[in-house]
Ligand binder design. Sequence first.
Ligand code: SF4
Ligand code: SF4
Length: 220
Amino acid sequence: MAPLRLVIDGHTIDAEPGTSLLQAWVAAGLPLTGNVGCMGQAVCGACRVLVRRTGERLATTGLACETLVEDGMQVAFVNLSRGSRPHSYDLHDLGDSWDAIAQVDDLFPEAKRCRHCSGCDSACPKGIQVEKMVNLAAVGQTYAAAELFDDCVQCNLCVAACPEHIDPAHLGQFVRRMTASMTLRPSDLIMRLHEIEAGSQAIDLDAPGAHPSEPDAGEA
Ligand code: SF4
Ligand code: SF4
């Protein structure tokens, strides 16, 4: 198949059909020094991009590792790394669910100012109902809010989109942490952590991958 021609961050690239934007960038010999974290696993949110397709008036968001190349695409990486967050908390200070509303109110008072513009929903490349999550969290329905945020990759595009500076990405992370801290942890995990703390966790030195520097027995 003939290669597709597109522009990424000002570089005109000829890419193989079926490759992702990130793969096309690397295949073109361009340096991969930023906007990448998990190397194509679609879990870190670092390779967020704005994409404008042929014939479309508006640009949409996406992740470069899971957006496939198209002829005539114009793509720009979005650098949204945040050095600091305005909200800080210690999970050990969280009480029980009785305090959930007060804690969201204390830490994220701006959540109640959501103006229902849906900017966060439009910006989210994972299709998360961000606005709904914010509004559930604001009224203390933290469990329901946390469930909506399972697929968040912390790309921060919703943060950039919010005119009320609500920081939905951080609020979603907070309600997930709060929910986990208020519910039972898996017993197997707790048992293993206790064993590690006590130094009694058996280590299988013959397990596959225990010696990553050595070649696999199956390798040629
Ligand atoms: S909810 Fe926000 S931070 Fe999470 S994936 Fe969507 S846009 Fe990115
Ligand atoms: S972008 Fe901000 S104000 Fe708009 S719906 Fe989302 S959380 Fe509410």
